[in-house]
Design a protein around this ligand. Structure first.
Ligand SMILES: [Zn+2]
Ligand SMILES: [Zn+2]
Length: 258
């Protein structure tokens, strides 16, 4: 059994056949999925899936790409929405300086409001970071100094150095299908060394279909392929990896396990 710790069930590519997507995930041994928000306008729909489906949970947050279109996302709003019994995480939030779809200072402000919401609601923050390692770490470390919070670096593609710093802050690291790509040598080397007790797995579907599904829309069922690849890469039995990553998910997203 596997847990997909990060998917977008309401995105184009999955929404058209959402029931089929959920059925195929269950058939592939996916016991739990976390449906991630990226904009305020989708919160109701993202939570709605989690209300209907017992094995789906939800997050509330605003993606760094959307920081410009949400200049007024306040911590209190996030905390309020996070009181919903099916909402178990804050995000995804963070910094994306690769695409720079939003002003960098707006991204930083939004990231800090999300961290404050995570701290206040005692829910983990789901962190997106791309080409922004130093700034991401600086904000996480500074905010951790103001008061503890938990979280996960999702779809991890950063350096081994950043991984170590994130682990030092007590954060978890989630590996997506990118690890199966032929050109992901550095990530594969890093993934081999990550401590099993801090590891999560995810699809980030409908994006990033793992080998052997490249070219198709990704879906939660494929988290099983990423798990198989990762177990072989780390020279661990699949059973051990899947049990540990599921237990880690329940520990971090404790509201989903309660
Ligand atoms: Zn992301
Ligand atoms: Zn995502």
């Amino acid at each position: 059994m596997f847990i997909d710790s990060h998917c977008h069930l309401n995105y184009k590519g999955l929404i058209e056949d959402q029931q089929g997507v959920l059925e195929r995930a269950r058939a592939a041994g996916v016991e739990t999925m976390l449906n991630i928000s990226t904009r305020a306008s989708e919160w109701n729909d993202v939570i709605g899936v989690a209300e209907r489906e017992g094995d789906v949970w939800a997050s509330v947050g605003v993606h760094p790409h959307e920081a410009d279109t949400h200049p007024d996302v306040e911590t209190e709003t996030l905390v309020e929405r996070a009181r919903h019994p099916r909402v178990v995480g804050i995000g995804e939030s963070g910094l994306d300086f690769y695409y720079d779809h939003s002003d960098r200072d707006r991204q930083r402000d939004s990231f800090r409001s999300h961290i404050a919401a995570a701290r206040e609601s005692r829910l983990p923050i789901i962190v997106h970071t791309r080409d922004a390692e130093d700034d991401t770490h600086a904000i996480l470390a500074e905010e951790m100094g103001k008061g503890a919070f938990t979280g996960v670096i999702h779809c991890f593609t950063a350096s081994a150095d950043f991984a170590r710093k994130a682990l030092d802050l007590g954060l978890y690291i989630s590996i997506s299908g990118i690890v199966t790509f032929k050109n992901a040598r550095d990530l594969q080397e890093t993934a081999k060394t990550l401590p099993l007790e801090k590891l999560l797995i995810e699809t980030d579907s409908p994006f990033l279909a793992p080998v052997p599904h490249r070219g198709k829309p990704c879906e939660p069922a494929y988290v099983a392929d990423t798990a198989r690849f990762l177990a072989a890469l780390r020279d661990e039995p699949l059973e051990k990896l899947s049990t540990a990553t599921s237990a880690n998910f329940r520990k971090l997203f404790a509201k989903a396990a309660a």
